[in-house]
Structure formats: structure tokens, C-alpha cells
Design a protein around this ligand. Structure first.
Ligand code: CA
Length: 435
């Protein structure tokens, strides 16, 4: 499963990559960046730098067998690159490893520095035109925690253990990390009021999710069998599925979230490839005794032994008061994706099992990732028990839900003994009032 591109002993001649928390040479995620006011184009993160793919192509460093993939990855949207699938993607990553690792020849090392930009000088864009965005509900702890607030006796819906449940979300309002979050308006009905009132949400929340980039996908009327699903999972990112809980509580019955979640979704802008995450594959967590086995179309031995993912996600909060005092952001929770009840391959197989087509550049959210213990609960709704027990911050402030000026920061890290840890880069957003 792993090869020389995962070897922890390998270093990069790009000095900032060695020991970098997110982007050592073993990662090499793809994204779309713009330097100053120049046109957006494809790039690869390496340490504190970005390798300019159009410039690397022009310099003749990405010709031959990888040229087609490199040209697709150099574009201002990476949909065609995601469409190429695992083989060309892995070959390009391997060539980039040759160029950027300590195995690079002296002539290559002499040419490449001109092709690197300081990431701090660049703006990151969405890496692909997102045709469709589906948000799952794959953390059984999150499903239980949120269900308990509504139905204390039967928190889990009866379908939960038989299929990965999801809703079709909104792709037009997915934005890269750093986009400000305008507090949305909507109808909300506080307990005790007889009619709903329209205005800014009073229960703004985040949801810490793993994002999945789809490629190549399937045609309408075709299915992706579970045994083939891994070939359609191109990479991963972080997703903040911002949620307005009061709007959600009022509008969600009987259909799913609408205005409560369609005002903005933030993602980390780098596509961390399936190949880079190979060392961090784990067996799917066994189901508790008494749970039903997954249905036949969602069962695959390989997926059960390799379909889990050990990525630690963490959420941090920085308030106006904390910034004014020069206090760093405070961690609110940390949880591993190894706790998810459904694998990503099961999500792909189930999504397509009725003939729905997935396209390259489609995005999945895993659903809020919550660990079994409260230190790992991935939303304020859970941490504050629906707003009833506010979270106490080290600054002396409390939070039931987000306040104006709050900045929410997600980070992720995959680590395993014997391998270089890799990260996803940040997904952040600050709450501002509507204009
Ligand atoms: Ca969600």
C-alpha cells in the first residue's frame, strides 16, 4: 500500500517542508492559487511554498508520461484532473516527489526555486467547480448527541445503522477558507413564542467535517459497486458546515435543512490525495455487538480492512476578546475520523446505488465528526447541550453559540508511527453581521 513517497526518512531540499505540520514532501496536495492579482492556476503545497504547475510545465519538468495530468492539474479548476483517476494522479505525485525531494538532481534543484511562490503571498481558491455537494451524517456519536436533544428516548433514527444517511446540500455557497461568514437571517421560533419571527440567527454554529473530493464518478443510471468505490475517491479536505440551529429547528420538519445551512460552507483549499493518505488507512471500527451488518451493497472485505481513515480533526475558537489580549485561539475539541460509523466507500456506493451520477469535483461532507468522549464533540450544539450549558473559555467568556467577531479554525493531521505526519492546512472563517 505504501511506497518511497511515504518514506519518513525522505526530506525535501525546500527547507520549510522538513517537519512542516501540514505539507512535508510526503503530502504534496493539489490546489488552485493566485499570486497577488494574477490569474488563478494549479499548484502544489510544499512547506511554506507553492509550486507553480504552469511554470513547471513550461520549464519542461513535467513532460512525458505525466504531462497530461500536469496540464489538467495546472488549470484554474481541477475538475479534469479529478476526472483522470488514480493512475495519472499517483504518477504526477510521484514525479513531483522526485522534483521536490532530496532525490532531485542538481539541474532540477537549480531550476525549481524560480517556480516556487511563498504561500503567504498567494490567495487560495476553490480547487474545483463543485457541481454537487452532499452532506452525510456518518458519525454515530454526533447523530446520537444531536438526536438526544430532540428525542431523548430514541436519539438514533431507525434507518441509521442500515444506510449512510445524507441530504443534498448547496454547492453555490461553498467557499475557500478565510471567507467571512455573514450571520444569516431566517425564521426562528423561540420556545414559548406562538409564531416565528424573521431576523439574524441567534444560534450560529459550526460543524467539523471531513470533506471528500470525488473523481472520476459514474454515468446516470450506472452504479459504483462498493468494491470499486475507492477508485472514485480522489482526495480529502476539511469542511465547516456552518449551521443556524434556530432556523434549522423551525424549518426542518418534515424536510431537511434549507436556509439553516445554505448561507455558506467553508472548505480547506488543498486536495490531500488518497495516495498521500495511504499510510493512514485503518480497518473500519467494528460495529458494537447487536448492530445489524451493513446491507449487501455496502459490504466489502477490503473496505472493512482498509476503508477507515485515521485523521485527527480539531476545532479552535478565537474571540475578539482573545485577539485583543493577544491570546492564541483555544481548542474546543479534537476527534478522529476512525470513529465514523460508515466508510467513505460506503457513502459512494450508497449514493450511486439508485443510479445517481457523481461527477469529478463533486464534494461530500462526512457529517460532523464527533468522538465518543465530550472533548471530541464537533459542534457547539453538542458541547453546550443545545445551548443549555455554555462552554467556558480560558478568557473568562462563555459560548452557547457563535458571537460576532468569533473566528473558527479547523485543522487536521494524520500521524502514524514510522511515517511522516501530514496535515490538511486550515479551514477558517470569522462571523460578521449582515450588511
Ligand atoms: Ca453537516
Amino acid at each position: 500500500m505504501t511506497d518511497h513517497t511515504h518514506d519518513a526518512k525522505r526530506r525535501s531540499w525546500v527547507v520549510s517542508a522538513n517537519g512542516h505540520p501540514d505539507f512535508p514532501v510526503q503530502n504534496l496536495p493539489f490546489g488552485v492559487f493566485a499570486l497577488h492579482a494574477e490569474r488563478p492556476r494549479g499548484g502544489v503545497a510544499i512547506g511554506d511554498e507553492i509550486l507553480d504547475l504552469p511554470a513547471a510545465l513550461e520549464a519542461g519538468l513535467l513532460d512525458g508520461a505525466v504531462q497530461d495530468a500536469a496540464e489538467a492539474a495546472a488549470r484554474p479548476t481541477l475538475n479534469r484532473f479529478l476526472d483522470l483517476g488514480a493512475g495519472p494522479r499517483a504518477a504526477l505525485r510521484e514525479r513531483l516527489f522526485e522534483i521536490l525531494s532530496d532525490e532531485a538532481t542538481a539541474p532540477v534543484r537549480a531550476r525549481v526555486p524560480r517556480l516556487l511562490h511563498r504561500a503567504a503571498d498567494c490567495t487560495l481558491h476553490l480547487p474545483a467547480a463543485i457541481g454537487d455537494f452532499t452532506d452525510f451524517f456518518a458519525s454515530i456519536q454526533h447523530a446520537t448527541n444531536s438526536g438526544q436533544l430532540l428525542r431523548p428516548d430514541t436519539p438514533l433514527p431507525p434507518n441509521y445503522k442500515y444506510q449512510p444517511i445524507a441530504y443534498h446540500s448547496r454547492s453555490s455557497s461553498v467557499r475557500p477558507s478565510g471567507t467571512p461568514l455573514q450571520r444569516p437571517n431566517g425564521l426562528r421560533k423561540p420556545a414559548g413564542d406562538s409564531v416565528p419571527g424573521f431576523g439574524p440567527t441567534r444560534a450560529l454554529d459550526y460543524e467539523m467535517e471531513l470533506g471528500v473530493w470525488i473523481g472520476p464518478g459514474n454515468g446516470l443510471g450506472e452504479t459504483i459497486p462498493i468494491a470499486e468505490a475507492h477508485a472514485h475517491i480522489a482526495g480529502f479536505c476539511l469542511v465547516n458546515d456552518w449551521s443556524a440551529r434556530d432556523i434549522q429547528a423551525w424549518e426542518c420538519q418534515p424536510l431537511g435543512p434549507f436556509l439553516a445551512k445554505n448561507f455558506l460552507t467553508s472548505i480547506s483549499p488543498w486536495i490531500v490525495t488518497t495516495e498521500a493518505l495511504r499510510p493512514f488507512r485503518v480497518p473500519q471500527a467494528p460495529r458494537p455487538a447487536g448492530d445489524p451488518a451493513p446491507p449487501h451493497h455496502l459490504w466489502c472485505e477490503f473496505d472493512q480492512t482498509h476503508g477507515g481513515l485515521a485523521v485527527e480533526l480539531e476545532v479552535l475558537l478565537s474571540t475578539r476578546v482573545m485577539r485583543a489580549r493577544g491570546v492564541p485561539a483555544q481548542r474546543l475539541s479534537r476527534a478522529s475520523t476512525r470513529h465514523l460509523y460508515w466508510t467513505v466507500a460506503q457513502m459512494v456506493a450508497h449514493h450511486t446505488s439508485g443510479g445517481c451520477n457523481l461527477a469529478p469535483g463533486d464534494l461530500f461532507g462526512s457529517g460532523t465528526v464527533s468522538a465518543p468522549e465530550p472533548e471530541g464533540w464537533g459542534s457547539l450544539l453538542e458541547l453546550s447541550r443545545g445551548g443549555r450549558t455554555p462552554v467556558h473559555l480560558a478568557s473568562g467568556e462563555t459560548r452557547s453559540f457563535l458571537e460576532d467577531g468569533d473566528e473558527v479554525i479547523f485543522r487536521a493531521r494524520a500521524a502514524r508511527d514510522g511515517f511522516a505526519p501530514i496535515g490538511f492546512g486550515e479551514c477558517r472563517g470569522m462571523v460578521v453581521m449582515p450588511h
